[in-house]
Design a protein around this ligand. Structure first.
Ligand SMILES: [Zn+2]
Length: 95
């Protein structure tokens, strides 16, 4: 059995690994990729996210949900359905 400190350290290590993998292909203010200027998440960022979350689909959707809330605030002139499609609808049902 592992204690809360060990769980926290594992969580922090996973988060660091995830952020390192996605480094570069991060969203700019306009939710385009900083690196390749495709709408974020670009193909490279999607691959990094899927690998980084290691099958934790709920965790990935919560992470993307936080980005969705930010994107909706930052892109008030874009139809919300388009933003939802860009940020969330690429996630496979199972992976
Ligand atoms: Zn990119």
């Amino acid at each position: 059995m592992i204690g809360p400190q060990m769980r926290w350290e594992r969580f922090a290590a996973r988060r660091r690994r995830r952020e390192r993998q996605a480094a570069g292909h991060a969203p700019a203010e306009t939710y385009d990729c900083r690196e390749c200027e495709h709408p974020w998440p670009c193909p490279q960022a999607r691959l990094s996210l899927l690998l980084g979350f290691e099958g934790d689909r709920i965790g990935l959707m919560m992470y993307l949900g936080a980005h969705l809330a930010r994107a909706l605030q930052q892109l008030p002139d874009t139809h919300p359905a388009l933003i939802v499609g860009q940020i969330l609808h690429w996630v496979p049902r199972r992976y």
